[in-house]
Design a protein around this ligand. Sequence first.
Ligand code: GRF
Length: 206
Amino acid sequence: MPRKRVAVLISGRGSNMASLIKAAKKPDYPAEIALVLSNRLDAAGLAVARAEGIATAVVDHTAFGKEREAFDRALQAVLEQHCIEIVCLAGFMRLLTPWLVRQWEGRMINIHPALLPAFKGLNTHERALAAGVKEHGATVHFVVPEMDAGPIIGQSPVQVAPDDTPDTLAARVLAEEHRLYPQALKLVALGEAKLTREHDEPKATR
Ligand code: GRF
């Protein structure tokens, strides 16, 4: 089976992107990282991708002002130019319009640093500690228009230690993210995890 062409969308350091690049180097991995796309010219992960010989592109969201859909159409044009089949959001800090999300239904996935549906949104580690949960972790899910709400493909739990700070907890969750994301992308690339619908509600099947 030909390897699926994947774009990784980043806004910052790109450590999850690097974990996907590493996994995709294995000859039997069912996906190749064909493009790294950022909304920020200064995203540190871009240099990492270039050093790996991966095509990179930047669509600067600030050039589009409040025109979210125009920004998303520009993203879509770049994805099409590179014949992308699956999109991985990896620390991409822009909310996408329902229009773009619909183009990629079942073919766009995201990693979130919490055990969804707990702690959607930002500052998840601080909030998990403030809530006093014993277990935290990471989730990979299909992207749907509502933020951090799509059907779950995989989760990796992390035990919270009594002396954890947001930084120590973030570091252990991040290590799990780097393990989880390549596994989840593999399932999607192989068609072993799929987004289906039941009574029009999206659902992940494995
Ligand atoms: C990760 O914690 C990811 O779960 C979240 O943003 C962070 C991105 O980190 N969505 P990196 O850029 O992959 O290092």
